[in-house]
Design a protein around this ligand. Structure first.
Ligand code: ASP
Ligand code: MG
Length: 407
C-alpha cells in the first residue's frame, strides 16, 4: 500500500460543511487503497483573527506566547477533521505537530524543521488509521511549541512526505494549480501542468501565493515531488518536480507580482569600505531578508543606498537602520511602501538571450518606469510604482505570449 501525504489549506477547511467535504475526499483516497497522512491548516482566516486578538491585548505580544496562540488554529482543524472522518465510519486520529514528531529549532514564529521523528505516525498508520497532523507547528529543541511562519503548513506536509518516504505529496488549495500569472490580474493566464522546483521557488518568493516559498525550497532540496491542486475539483493541477531538459524550451514560465515589499533608502552614506557590511549585518542578525539592493554612483564621497524588505519586516528594519545611520554618519532613512515588484521566471533564460531586453521594452511601451532591477539565473525582477504593478504583469504576459501556447 502506497503512502500519500495530503495537505489542505485554510480556505478548504473554512466551514463545517467544507471539513466534511475534505473528509469525503480523504476517504475516497483511502478507499483507493492508500495509507494517508493529512496535514491541515487553520480554518479560513483563523490565524489572522488570532493575530488580531493578540494585538488587542498586548502592544508587542511575546513570540513564545504567539506560538502558543497560533498553534491552536491548526488544532481546531485537525480535531474536527478527525471527528468528521470517524463519523463517516473510518478510523482516524489527530496529532499535534509535536506529537507527530516535527522537531524544530528555537526561533519562534519562523521555526525551521530540523528533523521528523516518524515513529508515532507510523504506529498509527500500521493500525489502519488515517493520520491527521496539525500543520505549521513543531516542538523546539528546548521543548517549546513553535510555528513555522505564515503558510508553513505546506512545509509540514513536505517534511512528512520526505521523512515517511511517501509516494505522493498533494497540496490542496482553492485554486486549480500554478498559473502563468495570477488569473485575477490576467484573465487569459494558463495553468502550468509541470514546473521545475527552481522556477516554482522563484515564483513563490517573487509573490506567487500558491505555495510557501520555503516549502518549495525544502521539496526541491530533498527531491519531494509535489502536486498542487484544487480541493474543489478533480482536475489535475500543477506538478512541481526536478528540472528536465524539455523545460528549457520555454523562455518564461510565469510572471509574479509582489506588493508586499517596501523600499528603504539610506541617504548620503559615506562611501568607504565596510559601510555596506555595517548596514546589512544587523539586518541579517535580526533575521530580516533583504531582497533587492541598489547603490547609487557616489558623489563627493557619499552615496544613496536603497534596498527592499518584506513590509512585515519594515518597522524593525527602519529601527535598525536608524541606529546604523547614526553609527556610520549617514543623513536620512526613508521608507517607500508604494512599490511593487514584478518578476518573470523561466529556466529557458539559461540558454536564451534577450529576455531582459524584451521585458524592459514591454514595460517602456506601457510607460512604466523601472526603479530597481535584480536578476538571478532564471529570474528578472523590476521594482515599479505600486499602482502600475498589475498593468506591468498584463503587459509582460502579452509580450512573452503566455496566453498562447500551453506550456
Ligand atoms: N495557518 C497558518 C497561516 O495562515 C499556516 C498555514 O496556513 O499554512 O499562515
Ligand atoms: Mg493558510
Amino acid at each position: 500500500m502506497a503512502l500519500v501525504v495530503q495537505k489542505y489549506g485554510g480556505s478548504s477547511l473554512a466551514t463545517p460543511e467544507l471539513i466534511r467535504k475534505v473528509a469525503e475526499r480523504v476517504i475516497r483516497k483511502k478507499e483507493e487503497g492508500h495509507d494517508l497522512v493529512v496535514v491541515v491548516s487553520a480554518m479560513g482566516k483563523t490565524t489572522d483573527d488570532l493575530i488580531r486578538l493578540a494585538e488587542e491585548v498586548a502592544e508587542e505580544p511575546p513570540p513564545r506566547e504567539m506560538d502558543m496562540l497560533l498553534s491552536s488554529g491548526e488544532q481546531i482543524s485537525m480535531a474536527l477533521l478527525a471527528m468528521a472522518i470517524q463519523d463517516m465510519g473510518y478510523p482516524a486520529i489527530s496529532l499535534t505537530g509535536p506529537q507527530a514528531g516535527i522537531m524544530t529549532d528555537t526561533s519562534h514564529r519562523k521555526a525551521r524543521i530540523l528533523e521528523v521523528d516518524t515513529s508515532r505516525v507510523r504506529k498509527e498508520l500500521s493500525e489502519g488509521k488515517i493520520v491527521i497532523v496539525a500543520g505549521f507547528q513543531g516542538l523546539s529543541t528546548e521543548g517549546e511549541i513553535t510555528t513555522l511562519g505564515r503558510g508553513g503548513s505546506d512545509r509540514t506536509a513536505v517534511a512528512l512526505a520526505y521523512a515517511l518516504g511517501a509516494e505522493g505529496c498533494e497540496i490542496y488549495t482553492d485554486v486549480e494549480g500554478v498559473f502563468t500569472a495570477d488569473p485575477r490580474i490576467v484573465p487569459e493566464a494558463k495553468k502550468i501542468p509541470v514546473i521545475s522546483g527552481d522556477e516554482m521557488l522563484e515564483l513563490a518568493s517573487s509573490g506567487a501565493k500558491v505555495m510557501e516559498a520555503r516549502s518549495v525550497e525544502f521539496a526541491t532540496k530533498y527531491g519531494v515531488e509535489v502536486h498542487v491542486r484544487s480541493t474543489f475539483s478533480d482536475e489535475p493541477g500543477t506538478v512541481i518536480k526536478r528540472e528536465d531538459p524539455a523545460m528549457e524550451k520555454v523562455l518564461v514560465r510565469g510572471i509574479a507580482l509582489d506588493t508586499k515589499e517596501a523600499k528603504v533608502t539610506i541617504r548620503r552614506v559615506p562611501d568607504r569600505p565596510g559601510v555596506a557590511a555595517a548596514i546589512f549585518s544587523p539586518l541579517a542578525d535580526a533575521n530580516i531578508n533583504v531582497d533587492m539592493i541598489v547603490q547609487n554612483v557616489s558623489q563627493d564621497g557619499f552615496t544613496d543606498l536603497s534596498f527592499t524588505v518584506s513590509t512585515s519586516d519594515l518597522k524593525t528594519a527602519l529601527a535598525i537602520c536608524e541606529g546604523t545611520k547614526a553609527r556610520v554618519g549617514a543623513e536620512e532613512v526613508t521608507a517607500d511602501e508604494d512599490v511593487a515588484k514584478v518578476s518573470v521566471v523561466g529556466v529557458g533564460m539559461r540558454s536564451h538571450a534577450g529576455v531582459a531586453a524584451k521585458m524592459f521594452k514591454a514595460l517602456a511601451d506601457e510607460g512604466i518606469n523601472i526603479e530597481m532591477i535584480t536578476t538571478s539565473e532564471i529570474r528578472i525582477s523590476c521594482v515599479v510604482r505600486k499602482e502600475q504593478g498589475e498593468r506591468a504583469v498584463r503587459a509582460l504576459h502579452r509580450a512573452f505570449e503566455l496566453d498562447k501556447e500551453p506550456t
